[in-house]
Design a protein. Structure first.
Length: 58
């Protein structure tokens, strides 16, 4: 085994890791969690933080 074999193995391992991340991110099982996280800024009842920032006198 020389350095080129090691480089090839690392390249293949990197490709497999990339494909695993893409499969995880776009899989059906992750879709619901990502949709909930995307809608968090629009959730109602979280007005305490915005009101406290604007009510301070300058």
């Amino acid at each position: 085994m020389d350095i080129n074999d090691l480089r090839s193995l690392i390249t293949v391992a990197g490709l497999l890791c990339f494909l695993a991340i893409v499969w995880w991110a776009y899989g059906k099982s992750s879709k619901k969690g990502f949709e909930e996280a995307a809608n968090l800024p629009f959730a109602e009842g979280d007005d305490d933080g915005a009101a406290s920032r604007t009510s301070h006198p300058r």
